[in-house]
Ligand binder design. Structure first.
Ligand code: 5GP
Length: 217
C-alpha cells in the first residue's frame, strides 16, 4: 500500500480530550488523551476488510499475532465474514494464531521466538496467508517472522498492521495493509498494552505520567 492511503495521525496533536469519551473507571487518570477513538478504528478496519476481500479469491489463512493483534484480528475477521459484494463475492477463511516474542537483547539478528509447531507451519504450504499484527515499530519482529516463514513454501504472504509508527529506527518494512500512521509515542488500548495493562481499553490513547508510574514493572 502507499503511505498516502493510510490515515495520518499527526505529531504533537492532543487530538481528543479524555473528558469527551468514556474511559473505564480503573484507568481514569492513567491516560492523558485519546489519539484514535474506537469508532474510527472500526470504520477503518471495515475499509481494510473490503480491500483485502477484493484482492483474494482462494481460501485465505488469516493469522493473528498474539497478544496485541487479537482485537484487530477479531474485528477484521468479523468484517471479512459480514461483507459480501453485490456480485455475491465472499471469501472462505481459515484462522490461525501465532505468538511471537522478540528477543530485545539479541543484538545482531533480531531473532524472534515463534510459538507455532513444525507441523502447523508445514500445513501452511501452498496457502495464501495474511499475517495480522497490531503495530510495526522498528519492523524487526515482522521481518524476522517473515524470514522464518520463508522456508515453508507458502503460496503468498502479506501483512496487515493496524498501526505503523513513524520512527527513525524503522528498518523500512512496509505492510501491504495499514490502518494508521502514528507518531513516535507509546500508545495503549485496543489490545495494545503497557505491561499487560490497557488491553481492555477500547480507544487508542497515550499514557499519562501517573499511569506510567502506576504500571511500571
Ligand atoms: P518492532 O519489532 O516492530 O520494533 O516491534 C513490534 C512490537 O513492539 C509490537 O508488536 C508491539 O508489541 C510492540 N510495540 C511497539 N510500539 C508499541 C507501542 O507504541 N505501544 C505498545 N503497546 N506496543 C508497542
Amino acid at each position: 500500500s502507499e503511505k498516502g492511503d493510510w490515515i495520518f495521525v499527526k505529531e504533537n496533536e492532543k487530538n481528543y480530550n479524555i473528558e469527551h469519551f468514556v474511559i473505564p473507571e480503573h484507568y481514569e487518570g492513567d491516560v492523558s488523551n485519546v489519539l484514535i477513538p474506537h469508532g474510527l478504528i472500526l470504520d477503518r478496519i471495515e475499509k481494510l476488510a473490503r480491500q483485502i476481500l477484493s484482492q483474494y479469491t482462494d481460501r485465505l489463512v488469516v493469522c493473528c499475532v498474539l497478544k496485541g493483534g487479537h482485537q484487530f484480528f477479531a474485528d477484521l475477521v468479523g468484517f471479512l465474514k459480514k461483507y459480501t459484494t453485490k456480485e455475491g463475492k465472499h471469501l472462505p477463511i481459515a484462522l490461525d494464531f501465532i505468538r511471537v516474542k522478540s528477543y530485545e537483547n539479541d543484538t545482531s539478528s533480531g531473532s524472534v521466538h515463534i510459538s507455532m509447531s513444525e507441523k502447523e507451519l508445514k500445513a501452511l504450504k501452498g496457502r495464501d496467508v495474511l499475517i495480522v499484527e497490531d503495530i510495526i515499530d522498528t519492523g524487526r519482529t515482522m521481518v524476522a517472522l517473515l524470514d522464518h516463514l520463508k522456508k515453508y513454501e507458502l503460496k503468498s504472504i502479506k501483512v496487515a498492521s493496524l498501526f505503523v509508527k513513524r520512527t527513525h529506527l524503522s528498518n523500512g518494512f512496509t505492510p501491504e495493509y495499514v490502518g494508521f500512521s502514528v507518531p513516535d509515542v507509546f500508545i495503549v488500548g485496543y489490545c495494545l498494552d503497557y505491561n499487560d495493562y490497557f488491553r481492555d481499553l477500547d480507544h487508542v490513547c497515550s499514557i499519562s505520567p501517573a499511569g506510567q508510574k502506576k504500571y511500571f514493572s
